[in-house]
Design a protein. Structure first.
Length: 365
């Protein structure tokens, strides 16, 4: 489907949604655009799985506040929330607003903990406005500048990198750390913290431009492209002493290349498997489960999954350290910004093609 056709479908959905709900404009002329889950994807999601609606702006009740979305975070985990079935968090219901972290402004408040005009970190989802009772909403730390960084390097992706690498990966000076999606929102922070800790860092990325950025700008020792047929051989050449820490957030061919190179007592923090999110069946090929289990046993490997929401207690230490490292120029950060809520679905789909370069954020208002 062409981009023009996708845009046409979204425009039609917006028109039909507006007619169906027939919202009355407020006296101030404000309406609330929101993108809902129209259907569950089978395999790769498409724009047809989303619907753009226009509704009245909600009015905050007693103890509530009205939030206006400034920035919306787009992240791979959202694909899992579109599916039906057991997971670490509830699925998005059909016709419900798509989930997502936001940086928002309090525009009207009947909650003393959320003063009007303040910026907050919230989970308002893919919409212009949201009423909240304050649950899960926090005032934005003044150290987070510009505010959109609260969705990236100084937000959930940054905390994921910090906790996964330092608390689970436990890198030591002189060790080799390998990471996939190495220029993304999480990976770029992992690699730079590993360098700060005195490690040799080898990234895995897609486009050659991203590999060049990893080495020349982020300071990695090397980076290989998973587009290359000999990627596994390249990785082995760049890791002559094996791999001590592998930060796993991709799976697929990256994991296949890493697995034989893991050293005794290697640590593998697992925070994502983007290469597998759109699979509907088990991948073809021989069953390697027994090989993996034997390797974990013989090499005494620690492989641990984690969900960043379980580690919110680390937020003060994370903000203190990463803010300081950024001020010192030891951590660099790249943001891939898209303008307009209506463009969120297409931008989200691009995550699974590697179209983004850095943390993907939508500027909503």
């Amino acid at each position: 489907m062409s981009l023009k056709r996708r845009e046409f479908n979204l425009a039609c959905a917006m028109t039909l949604g507006a007619l169906a709900s027939a919202p009355m404009l407020r006296a101030d002329g404000l309406v609330n655009r929101r993108i809902v889950l129209a259907s569950r994807p089978v395999g790769k999601p498409t724009v047809d799985n989303f619907r753009l609606e226009t509704l009245p702006v909600p009015e905050p009740g007693e103890g509530e506040a009205l939030l206006q979305t400034l920035y919306l975070s787009l992240d791979p985990y959202m694909r899992g929330r579109m599916a039906e079935g057991p997971s670490y968090s509830d699925s998005v219901e059909i016709d419900a607003v798509m989930v997502g972290g936001t940086i928002s402004r309090v525009v009207k408040s009947r909650n003393p903990a959320l003063p009007e005009g303040k910026l907050v970190s919230a989970f308002s989802g893919w919409q212009d406005y949201a009423a909240t009772d304050g649950a899960g909403v926090t005032l934005l730390d003044p150290r987070i500048q510009p505010p959109s960084y609260g969705l990236g390097v100084l937000g959930m992706p940054g905390l994921t990198a910090y906790v996964g690498l330092l608390d689970i990966g436990e890198p030591r000076p002189g060790e080799t750390v390998v990471l996939a999606a190495s220029t993304g929102a999480v990976g770029s922070v992992v690699g730079q913290i590993a360098k700060i800790r005195g490690c040799r860092v080898v990234g895995i990325a897609g486009a050659r431009e991203k590999c060049d950025y990893a080495v020349k700008e982020l300071g990695y020792d090397a980076c290989v492209s998973h587009y290359d047929d000999d990627m596994a051989d390249q990785l082995a050449a760049e890791c002559p002493d094996g791999i001590d820490v592998y930060f796993e957030n991709v799976g697929g061919s990256s994991w296949e290349a890493v697995m034989p190179l893991l050293n005794n007592h290697a640590r593998v923090p697992v925070c994502g498997l983007i290469a597998h999110y759109n699979q509907t069946d088990l991948p073809p090929g021989p069953d390697r489960m027994s090989l993996l289990q034997r390797m974990i046993l013989v090499r005494r490997i620690k492989m641990q999954g984690f969900i960043v929401g379980d580690h919110r207690d680390r937020m003060p230490d994370f903000l203190r350290d990463v803010s300081a490292w950024m001020a010192e120029g030891r951590i660099k950060y790249r943001e891939d910004r898209v303008d307009g809520l209506e463009n969120a679905p297409e931008a989200f789909l691009g995550l699974f093609r590697g179209a983004n370069f850095g943390k993907l954020v939508v500027k909503v208002s």
